[in-house]
Design a protein around this ligand. Structure first.
Ligand code: URA
Length: 251
């Protein structure tokens, strides 16, 4: 997406950001005369360009400028919500169609949580969506082991006193399947959705724990106006539509 107000930046930085190689590789390409700016060979990789106005080519192929990218990922279990990790595959590793090299996940889902994760390099949007002052709704589908206490809906609505002396904001609990049904492993479960406006560490699991219940499956269904596309299988992603981006920016 074009960003008309962008300040001039170094040619090598621009090409690194567009995923065309490391700074050293870009310098070597420039020295070999493979890079052109506005049709002229440019051997100085540290010169400044205006990415929204100047035409940059490598080997005569235009390099499209993407200032910001936005992806919706259906995060699978076993993948970590981070940009780098020494043990696990990261959510960024899954976004193999990205141009930008500065993408990050907006917030975290636990290793064993599935569902909606926004991946972008738009720091201002991420900041707004994650700000505790903004009270952005996050809806989770949870499978809880056994039965919930009778007063579970009311207790969630009142806010839960956590073990470390902190009280959650009011949350909305909806029971989808109150009659416990045996799960694949033969454990009876209750299926619910929980809407919360915060995003503290293990928050949903800890809120159910406070009611004496264990979450055995957790999936995020939405974040503010952004809903997980049900066509996306775990591990799949797609770019956000212009409309979805607009809605998020107006959140
Ligand atoms: N709450 C949790 O407990 N885990 C998540 O991954 C997200 C919310």
């Amino acid at each position: 997406m074009a960003d008309k107000g962008r300040k001039p930046l170094r040619l090598d930085r621009f090409l690194v950001e567009m995923g065309k190689g490391s700074r050293k590789e870009i310098r070597e390409m420039a020295q070999k005369g493979r890079i052109r700016v506005n049709g002229e060979v440019e051997k100085k990789s540290d010169r400044k360009i205006d990415p929204s106005a100047d035409q940059v080519e490598i080997d005569r192929e235009p390099v499209e400028y993407a200032a910001t990218e936005y992806f919706m990922l259906n995060k699978p279990q076993g993948v970590v919500s981070a940009t780098e990790d020494s043990r696990y595959q990261t959510v960024i590793d899954l976004i193999d169609g990205a141009v930008r090299r500065d993408l990050f996940p907006v917030g975290r889902l636990d290793l064993d949580t599935e569902g909606l994760l926004l991946i972008t390099n738009d720091g201002a949007l991420a900041h707004r969506l994650l700000s505790p002052k903004k009270h952005v709704d996050k809806v989770y589908l949870a499978h809880v082991k056994g039965r919930l206490p009778e007063n579970a809906v009311k207790r969630m609505e009142d806010g839960i006193d956590m073990e470390d002396g902190w009280k959650t904001l009011p949350a909305v609990l909806k029971i989808i399947e109150s009659v416990s049904t045996p799960s694949e492993e033969g454990i009876p479960v209750t299926k619910v959705t929980l809407t919360i406006q915060e995003g503290k560490f293990h928050q949903v699991k800890r809120m159910f724990e406070a009611l004496g219940c264990q979450v055995i499956y957790l999936k995020r269904l939405s974040m503010g106006p952004l809903k997980l596309d049900d066509k996306l299988l775990p591990g799949e992603y797609r770019r956000l539509t212009e409309e979805e981006i607009e809605c998020l920016k107006n959140t």
